[in-house]
Design a protein around this ligand. Structure first.
Ligand code: FMN
Length: 191
């Protein structure tokens, strides 16, 4: 059966090694449009995306260093350099943010789940457009220093830093040892 959507889902891989160029404006628009078609309880549109390209990554780099220094006042130089370089692993980063809107019917966790679903749509769209993408998290997501530097409100959640660019190497096919039947139980076991 030929189905381009199923084909892309089955073949999608992340690209940890990314090079220039960053997505162009049409590609960026398409990524965000695809992300915004995620399942969304209450149609709240709980997500927002912050695009950091070229020199805009500098603010993130500085904040990561400050965060690491706050965690370890005696931070060795090599660790400082490592933190500072993280945002430069790709020409662009899309910060995926859950806005965590107050709502009587839709808990914040569900809004974060919807934002994660939006990120997965975005990864699939990037893959099928021939762009490389890599979802990263880590302590930076919860750091007040990082959130302030990026003007992310305290009540919001950073769901991920999506590194974007040109994949340095062809995405590998998903491992054939990954047997889908391990993840499925049909019905309930006997009482
Ligand atoms: C919520 C979330 C957070 C992640 N954070 C990281 C991370 O901080 N660092 C990392 O190397 N991979 C992280 N990953 C995993 C990669 O994005 C990627 O999915 C993984 O390497 C598997 O590759 P694949 O997507 O090609 O199967 C994260 C994935 C998810 C879903």
């Amino acid at each position: 059966m030929q189905n381009p959507i199923i084909d892309a889902i089955l073949k999608r891989r992340s690209s940890p090694l990314l090079d220039s160029p960053a997505p162009n404006s049409q590609q960026l628009e398409m990524l965000v449009r695809c992300a915004s078609r995620a399942a969304d309880h209450g149609n709240l549109r709980p997500w927002r995306f912050l695009y950091l390209e070229n020199e805009h990554r500098e603010r993130l780099s500085e904040a990561l260093v400050k965060m690491a220094e706050s965690e370890d006042p005696a931070l060795p130089d090599f660790k400082r350099t490592k933190m500072a370089q993280k945002p430069y692993r790709a020409p662009a980063i899309l910060v995926a943010i859950s806005r965590n809107i107050e709502n009587p019917k839709v808990p914040v966790l569900e809004q974060q789940m919807a934002t994660a679903a939006a990120v997965q749509n975005l990864l699939l769209a990037a893959f099928s457009m021939g762009l490389g993408a890599y979802w990263r998290t880590g302590s930076a997501c919860n750091s007040q220093i990082v959130k302030s530097a990026l003007a992310v409100q305290s009540a919001e959640t950073i769901v991920g830093f999506i590194y974007l660019g040109a994949a340095k190497q062809q995405a590998l096919l998903p491992k054939s040892t990954d047997d889908w039947s391990n993840y499925l139980q049909i019905g309930l076991t006997e009482k």
